[in-house]
Design a protein around this ligand. Structure first.
Ligand SMILES: Cc1ncc(COP(=O)(O)O)c(C=O)c1O
Length: 332
């Protein structure tokens, strides 16, 4: 029995699982299924809400009335936090990496509409973002507000619960489907989704292998980050798990020019899936991971998904990140 910590019910759950009937026909012996976590809500869609159900519950447990968090200018996590803050009557202060654009678009537009306070730090100033968060916490205290700092992507020992909890839902999905997939595939950016799935798969005894495609950093970074988060989680929640023996499988090679920047093949994959299945990926996270997964499946047994017959892709959302990059699609 898992001793769950406080959780707010914020997401629309359970999310459905859909088979990509038409897209899968290009493979003789592979079927691709999608866990539709882009449908966890409308304004707060995607994977972040699952983590924030636990992070914001923690904020309320600590009697906080303010949330401080951080990320890129087009961060889905920051948008989700801004919208949930508005919904729950909590003040939200975002620390964003990059220059303030003259016209906010996509997620950033939603941050402003949801009434978030925003501080911008340049790429060079970014290493000081935690210090700034601490200073803001002190400033808020001086005005009688208590602020919880939620790190990038809510990927810490609290946010980890989001995808551990999702594994309980996946267990039910597998029962409904009548099978367990060979692989569960996700994009990994700050490590919390991947880490939660790895721990959840271990706790629920999945046979499916958890595989992530990195959209920032590299495999070594995620091995270290996830081990750190899981170790803190174990200590804080007194959970028995063999951290040293967790398999942290990150497939590299699909990051492209860098975080948030994608090559033409990613935009082509997004367009192909939209036209064939009516399913929309984004160029920062899901587009890269899905493209990586399909590329590896095409390699068959010599690829990095050997033995794949049934694969479950976790659609982690990110739709609003498509619009600021609309100029990269070509429609010839
Ligand atoms: C749409 C989307 N997919 C995937 C991820 C990756 O999740 P995580 O940060 O938990 O690694 C993120 C956030 O970073 C995201 O916004």
């Amino acid at each position: 029995m898992i001793d769950w910590p406080s959780r707010l019910q914020l997401a629309q759950l359970p999310t459905p699982v859909t088979k990509l009937e038409k897209f899968s026909t290009q493979f003789d012996d592979v079927s691709i299924y999608v866990k539709r976590d882009e449908t966890t809500g409308v304004e707060v869609s995607g994977n972040k809400i699952r983590k924030l159900e636990f992070s914001i519950a923690e904020a309320l447990d600590q009697s906080c009335d303010t949330l401080i968090t951080c990320g890129g200018v087009q961060s889905n996590h920051c948008r989700a936090t801004a919208v949930l803050g508005a919904r729950l009557g909590l003040k939200v202060h975002l620390i964003l990496r990059g220059e303030q654009p003259s016209k906010p678009d996509g997620n950033l537009l939603m941050d402003y509409l949801a009434g978030a306070e925003i501080s911008y730090l340049s790429q060079q100033e970014w290493p000081a973002h935690i210090e700034l968060a601490k200073k803001l916490q002190i400033d808020y205290l001086a005005t009688g507000n208590k602020a919880l700092f939620i790190p990038t992507g809510a990927s810490d020992e609290i946010g980890l619960w989001g995808y551990i909890y999702a594994c309980q839902e996946l267990q039910q999905d597998f029962q409904n489907l009548g099978f367990e997939p060979d692989y569960i595939v996700t994009a990994t950016g700050s490590g919390g989704t991947q880490g939660g799935l790895i721990v959840g798969a271990d706790l629920f005894g999945f046979t499916a292998k958890i595989v992530a495609f990195n959209v920032s950093d590299n495999g070594e970074y995620f091995r270290k980050k996830i081990k750190e988060d899981v170790t803190l989680w174990m200590k804080r929640y007194k959970q028995p798990i063999d951290v040293a023996n967790l398999t942290i499988n990150t497939i590299e090679g699909y990051l492209g020019p860098g975080y948030g920047r994608a090559g033409p093949e990613i935009f082509a994959t997004i367009a192909e899936l939209a036209a064939s299945e009516g399913l929309f990926l984004d160029p920062v996270y899901t587009g890269k991971a899905f493209h990586g997964m399909v590329s590896e499946l095409k390699k068959g047994e010599s690829g990095q998904l050997p033995g794949a017959r049934k694969v479950l892709f976790i659609h982690t959302g990110g739709l609003f990140g498509v619009f600021p990059q609309q100029g990269n699609f070509s429609f010839e």
